[in-house]
Design a protein around this ligand. Structure first.
Ligand code: FPP
Length: 255
C-alpha cells in the first residue's frame, strides 16, 4: 500500500522502506592515500552487502543515492570514474540481483548519461521488472527539487489539457507524480560519513522519515551497522503529528 500519507506504520518495528545516502567514499580513499575513485569502488562492496542484507530481512524497498544532480560539479576525472563504475557495476550485478528476485529501478534524469549507461539502466529495469522481492531504487542524476519541479510540470500539463483541475490538486494527487509514488514513503533514512543533512535527496518523500546519521564511512558500513540502525529505528515512536497519549489510547482500543 502507498504510504506517504499513511499513518498506519506507527506500530511497525521494521521499516518497510529504507533510504540511504552512501557518504564517505572519498574520505575512505584519502585515509589510505588512494584516489577517490578507489573509495567509490570499495563503496560498491558495501552496497552489495546492504542490498543482500535488506533482501534477507524482507525489507520491501531500499533506495540509494548513487549520484546527485549536483555531483556533476565534481572534478571531471571523478565523474568519469563514477560513470564507468556505474556501467561495470550494473552489468556485473544485475543478473545476480535478478536471481535474488530483486526489482531494480532508477530514479532521476537519465537523459544526461551516455547512451551506454542509459542502455545498461534500461536493460536492468527490463530484466528485473516482474521480480517480487526487494525493490532496489537507485537514484542517479537525481535531485529532490528536480523531482518536485518535475511533478509540478506534469500536473500543469494535465491542467492545461483539461485532464484535471486546480481544485483536484492535493497532497495525495501530487504524491502520485513524484518518484517512488508506487511505494510506501521511506520509514528510515540513513546517512553514513558523519554529515547530518539530506542533501537534496527525497525531500518530498522524507517528510516523516526517521533520520539516522552515523560516522562510519560508506565502504566500512556492513550488515551489523545496518542492524544497529534497525534496532535504533525499532525504538522510535512514530507519531505523525499525534501525541504519545493518543497513540497509547489507540493501542488500548485496538486490543
Ligand atoms: C558519496 O561519497 C558517494 C558517491 C557520490 C557515490 C556513491 C556510489 C557508489 C557507492 C557506487 C554504487 C553503484 C551503483 C551502481 C549503485 P563522497 O565521494 O561524497 O565521500 P566524501 O564525503 O568522503 O568525499
Amino acid at each position: 500500500m502507498k504510504g506517504i500519507i499513511d499513518n498506519t506504520a506507527t506500530e511497525q518495528t521494521m521499516p518497510r522502506h529504507i533510504a540511504v545516502v552512501m557518504d564517505g567514499n572519498g574520505r575512505w580513499a584519502n585515509k589510505r592515500h588512494l584516489p577517490r575513485a578507489a573509495g567509490h569502488k570499495a563503496g560498491v562492496g558495501s552496497t552489495r552487502k546492504i542490498v543482500e542484507h535488506c533482501a534477507k530481512k524482507n525489507i520491501e524497498a531500499l533506495t540509494i543515492f548513487a549520484f546527485s544532480s549536483e555531483n556533476w560539479n565534481r572534478p571531471k576525472s571523478e565523474v568519469s570514474a563514477l560513470m564507468a563504475l556505474f556501467v561495470s557495476t550494473i552489468t556485473a550485478e544485475v543478473k545476480k540481483l535478478h536471481k535474488k528476485n530483486v526489482c531494480v529501478k532508477f530514479i532521476g534524469d537519465r537523459t544526461r548519461f551516455s547512451e551506454k549507461l542509459q542502455n545498461s539502466i534500461n536493460d536492468a529495469e527490463i530484466l528485473t521488472t516482474d521480480n517480487s522481492g526487494l525493490h532496489l531504487n537507485i537514484a542517479a542524476n537525481y535531485g529532490g527539487r528536480w523531482d518536485v519541479v518535475n511533478a509540478c510540470k506534469q500536473i500543469a500539463e494535465q491542467v492545461k489539457n483539461n485532464k484535471t483541475s486546480i481544485q483536484d490538486i492535493d497532497e495525495t494527487m501530487f504524491d502520485s507524480f513524484v518518484s517512488l509514488s508506487e511505494l510506501p514513503a521511506p520509514d528510515l533514512f540513513i546517512r553514513t560519513g558523519g554529515e547530518q543533512r539530506i542533501s537534496n535527496f527525497l525531500i518530498w518523500q522524507l517528510a516523516y522519515s526517521e533520520l539516522y546519521f552515523v560516522d562510519t564511512l560508506w565502504p566500512d558500513f556492513a550488515e551489523d551497522d545496518l542492524d544497529a540502525a534497525l534496532t535504533w529505528y525499532a525504538g522510535r515512536q512514530r507519531r505523525f503529528g499525534k501525541t504519545g497519549q493518543q497513540l497509547m489510547e489507540e493501542k488500548v482500543a485496538e486490543n
